[in-house]
Ligand binder design. Sequence first.
Ligand code: EPU
Length: 339
Amino acid sequence: MIQIKENISLKPFNSFGIDVLAKQFCTVRSFNEVQALLEWNKTKNSPLLILGGGSNLLFTKDYNGLVLQNALKGIELVKEDNEYYFVKAMAGENWHQFVSYCVQMQYQGIENMSLIPGNIGASPMQNIGAYGVEVKDVIESVEAIQISDGAIVSFDNKACEFGYRESIFKHQMRNQFIIVSVLFKLRKTPVYNTSYGNIEQELMNMKAAPSIKAISDAVIRIRQRKLPDPTKIGNAGSFFKNPIIPTVLYNELKKAHASIPGFAVQNGLHTKVPAAWLIEQSGWKGFRAGDAGCYPLQPLVLVNYGHATGVEIFNLSTQIIEKVKVEFGIELEREVNIY
Ligand code: EPU
């Protein structure tokens, strides 16, 4: 039985901790409940917002529609071959709990993405990634319900059109599907990825050889040092994407700013520049106005120190974008979804 609540505060359901109301709110725990809710909404025709962990969005006003909280649960080893375990996780499972489960079971491939906030259902949506690994590297397929007719559709990895923090679900298929489960392809014989950032250094500090568990622990230690815990300080992880600019432009910038970091992508034709560096150089690192701020340890993360409104955080992001544009001619793009 689905239960539709009215005028519910969304504060507990978004990691920024923004206090806005949803006109209608419903938690769904099974396929049948999703289908029943879609059926109900046919007569109402309310705008629909699919909520997972609420860790990649910013509410700037009340949501004048129906919020569907996706709480489908379950993890299942579907099949295995000589090289891989194929593990299906339902969309409402917490991402980090799933990573911990895989670490414990020795299913290898997602340990670098330990402690990313949010749920399984959002992972393909924005192709989450950290420490040299993106979820697209381990996704076999995604199962989703088509909102228009309730049909179940499977997308293989290619059909998801993954890119850096991008997928078909954010673009052509936006608001057309509800992701119900993700099938992951995880290795039996590990192929570790320790080259990004200071993972190797952290393993040395821990006096640990690379293993699934040790890498997961190293990532957890690094993240806990640099990133604010959303249960203590409201945030949605990286607020902006790292901009990818033509390498010719990067080389020009390097003449004026010798220390600008850059990582070659797309055969060297383009360069990814850390937004954190651009924001810090533009003077925003540690900035705070009221309860809205730019986190002092990682300026890519905007935070709510308590009672900031979504508009205050949004306005801060606009000011940052404008200043970075003036200083470097680069237009930062928000990674967080704004409502
Ligand atoms: N940097 C600064 N000042 C700072 C911090 C960083 O200049 O205070 C510069 C440095 O040059 C550093 C570079 O930024 O080398 C990169 O920093 P970091 O390795 O911390 O990663 P990031 O590029 O800022 C990305 C992801 C994070 C992910 C980390 C680690 C995006 C938008 N963000 O951040 O993802 O955890 O790499 O892999 O790609 C998220 O998406 O929510 C998220 C946290």
